[in-house]
Design a binder for this molecule. Structure first.
Ligand SMILES: Cc1cc2nc3c(=O)[nH]c(=O)nc-3n(C[C@H](O)[C@H](O)[C@H](O)COP(=O)(O)OP(=O)(O)OC[C@H]3O[C@@H](n4cnc5c(N)ncnc54)[C@H](O)[C@@H]3O)c2cc1C
Length: 94
């Protein structure tokens, strides 16, 4: 599989690596697709770009609103949910 496209970045540091897949956003969608691609083809080089320190599981916010779940428990450190073998680039795509 060869997926190639380019994005306009304003990186805080130069990015010298090359990737097969660049995921913009490490929300539920980006993380899920990156993990599935990596499971199907482990040698894919995948970068996930997201500026956030914390990943939030938004569906649980419904339970927070209902007063039966702690808001703090809906967030996890971003680095802890990046799929193994993928690179997290902490930056925003503009
Ligand atoms: C209250 C609530 C209840 C929900 N309940 C359900 C449910 O029961 N079932 C269900 O299936 N869905 C539910 N959803 C919807 C579900 O949470 C979303 O569809 C899902 O989180 C969307 O995932 P996403 O990856 O597209 O976006 P998000 O999870 O919103 O992630 C977007 C990511 O992109 C990053 N980002 C933003 N701008 C940039 C940029 N310029 N460059 C790089 N990264 C950027 C953000 O930091 C973020 O990490 C609910 C949503 C809410 C708010």
């Amino acid at each position: 599989m060869a997926i190639t496209f380019s994005v306009e970045l304003t990186p805080k540091r130069p990015i010298s690596k090359h990737y097969n897949v660049v995921m913009i956003g490490a929300g539920t969608g980006g993380i899920m697709i990156a993990a599935q691609l990596k499971n199907k083809k482990n040698d894919l080089r995948i970068a996930i770009i997201d500026p956030a320190e914390t990943h939030y599981y938004q569906p649980a916010w419904t339970l927070v609103g209902a007063g039966i779940f702690d808001y703090e428990k809906t967030g996890r450190p971003m680095k802890s949910i990046i799929p193994a073998g993928c690179d997290w680039i902490q930056d925003a795509v503009t």
